[in-house]
Design a protein around this ligand. Structure first.
Ligand code: ADP
Ligand code: FBP
Ligand code: MG
Length: 554
């Protein structure tokens, strides 16, 4: 039997020896799970797929390119949220490409979980394209644009891969992050246990592994204890992205499901791979699981591994604090990861409460003069006898003299100068000049790699498991060029290309950053030169004028 089901967009063809609604394990009363429900049904969110898989020319054009063009035409909603995230994007349902979109109607079979004795899917078990999550659950009603919705992740009633047909490849790229091995383990477990897939291959040492070296065969025994191990057992690397060689390698090996675990650079690479797969008209899905210990990828709530890194940073801050309080006029400086975003430093500061000053890339600071760092350190020493500073590695880069050998890593990321060492040296010079006869000690703790080269903690392990399972369900259902992530705690499928171009910095205008400052009473590092003609404090650098406290009610 063949049923052609048309939503407002893609044509979905079910083809099975047993009609879906008659399958013995599928006697659901849920109207959503009855195929006829979809027939000519207008999605309430106007699911716009601008790409109909009707013509060869469309097929060749490249799905991601087409969708990106359409999205940029439609940008009209600036949606600020109380959390401060602003994401300019076309509102409405954010479509996830499907293999059907460029290969034409696909043979779909029942999800094998229907026959899995551990699951016995019942009403509401399968997720449909009508199940969505909204990007913001809290909004400023004066500025609400068109809300964005994301497809909920989870098992679909039908899949486009027969179990025996799947040949999956898993690759991990970029810097380490707690939980990489857990994600790989759970991808294997998900494929193996949920779908019965037995052909799973670990690509060694990042993207270059697709065209050099042998893959590692993976099964549930091999990966059994991987969640207890830090790093990437498959290996990870920067650079080595050669699109043609990679896709040729994928084709030669016969992989038809790619699971890509990596950060922003990796996701940009995955977009290029997915586009090339579409251009070549291949039945290969590309699913991403975003990884960034810096938490600098946008739209999603957070990356796996962040909580673990913050937890791990506590030991370093504790040590910095103990060192600082154990010596007269002691200062502890702790450097944490955070290339462009200070999320780890911010969270570690809020969790510790021993930190006096948190320096992040989003807030330029200065050392000398009124309102500067040294004045603050001095006041803390006077007040408490010590001071603890947490500095994100990307903070204050503009203050450090450039060196000729500062370059880029293999992936093209600018190599940072060592703000920690620079700060320690500047503090020592300043104190010596100011208080030549007083004792002073600065203890520098650099645990940067220690916070990421550890296994995921319990919460992150659970998070990794659900992200990995979400990715597996999506790939089996024939979605492609997507990532699995949470939005407001809901597991969703998000368009890969949007994730690849998204960024997530600490919003220093919202109350959380103000909270950090108030706990620490640390300066805002705005340079003031007194009052303007209206009686406001003025930042000499930006011209920003803030009202005097007494005037706030005006
Ligand atoms: N714009 C890009 N296009 C294609 N591949 C990229 C791009 N940027 C980075 N990559 C590749 O992605 C991989 C990881 O990137 P990198 O920036 O090192 O780490 P991360 O993904 O963690 O940000 C590397 O193999 C790199 O060559
Ligand atoms: O691992 P490397 O090459 O030393 O790079 C260190 C950088 O990696 C990071 O952990 C970020 O890595 P990603 O870009 O891979 O997410 C930064 O915090 C740090 O600056
Ligand atoms: Mg990166």
């Amino acid at each position: 039997m063949r049923i052609v089901v048309s939503t407002t967009g893609p044509i979905i063809t079910f083809s099975s020896s047993i009609p879906l609604s008659n399958h013995p394990r599928h006697q659901s009363n849920n109207p959503k799970s009855k195929s006829k429900f979809f027939k000519n049904h207008q999605h309430p969110l106007q699911f716009e797929r601008n790409f109909q898989p009707s013509g060869r020319s469309n097929r060749r054009k490249g799905l991601l390119l087409t969708m990106t063009e359409s999205m940029s035409e439609g940008i009209h909603a600036m949606t600020p949220s109380p959390s401060g995230r602003k994401w300019v994007e076309k509102g409405g349902l954010q479509p996830i490409p499907r293999l059907d979109d460029y290969l034409g109607p696909m043979h779909r079979v029942h999800n094998p979980m229907i026959d899995n004795k551990f699951f016995r899917p019942s009403e509401g078990f399968f997720v449909t394209d009508y199940d969505v999550a909204t990007q913001f659950v809290a909004v400023d009603t004066r500025h609400v644009g068109t809300p964005s919705y994301f497809l909920r992740a989870g098992p679909r009633e039908s899949v486009v891969f027969n179990t025996d047909e799947v040949k999956a490849a898993i690759v991990t790229c970029g810097g380490l992050c707690p939980g990489i091995n857990t994600v790989v383990r759970e991808l294997v477990m998900g494929l193996w246990d949920l779908y019965g897939v037995k052909s799973i291959h670990g690509i060694r040492a990042g993207y270059r592994g697709f065209y050099s070296g042998d893959p590692m065969p993976l099964d549930r025994l091999v990966v059994d204890d991987w969640h207890k191990r830090g790093g990437s057992i498959l290996g990870s690397s920067r650079g080595g992205f050669d699109l043609k060689k990679i896709v040729d390698g994928i084709v030669a090996a016969g992989y038809n499901q790619l699971y890509v675990v990596g950060g922003d650079g990796t996701m940009r690479g995955a977009v290029a791979i997915a586009d090339e797969i579409v251009r070549r008209g291949l039945k290969i899905t590309v699913a991403g699981v975003p990884k960034t210990v810096d938490n600098d990828i946008g739209i999603i709530d957070r990356s796996f591994g962040l909580d673990t890194a913050v937890e791990k940073a506590q030991a370093a801050i504790d040590a910095g604090h103990v060192e600082a309080i154990s010596t007269p006029n002691g200062v502890g400086v702790v450097k944490l990861m955070g290339r462009n975003a200070g999320h780890i430093a911010l969270r570690a500061t809020l969790s510790s409460r021993d930190v006096d000053c948190c320096l992040i890339p989003e807030v330029p600071f200065y050392t000398e003069g009124r309102g500067g760092l040294f004045e603050f350190v001095e006041s803390k020493i006077e007040e408490n006898g010590h001071c603890v500073i947490v500095v994100a590695e990307g903070a204050g880069q503009e203050l450090i003299p450039r060196t000729a050998d500062q370059g880029y890593d293999e992936s093209g990321n600018l190599q940072l100068l060592d703000i920690g060492k620079w700060l320690v040296s500047e503090l020592k010079d300043w104190w010596k000049k100011k208080n030549p006869n007083k004792l002073f000690a600065v203890k520098y703790i650099d645990p940067t790699y220690m916070v990421r080269a550890v296994p995921s903690n319990a919460a992150d392990t659970l998070f990794c498991s659900l992200l990995a399972q979400s990715a597996v369900h999506g790939a089996m259902a024939g979605y492609t060029a997507f990532v699995a992530g949470t939005v407001n705690g809901v597991y969703c499928y998000l368009p890969l290309d949007q994730i690849a171009k998204s960024t997530h910095k600490v919003d220093v205008n919202n109350h959380i950053w103000a909270w950090v400052r108030s706990i620490n009473s640390q300066p805002d590092f705005r340079k003031y030169n007194g009052d303007d003609s209206n009686g406001n404090f003025v930042n000499v650098e930006s011209g920003f004028a803030s009202k005097k406290p007494a005037d706030l009610s005006a």
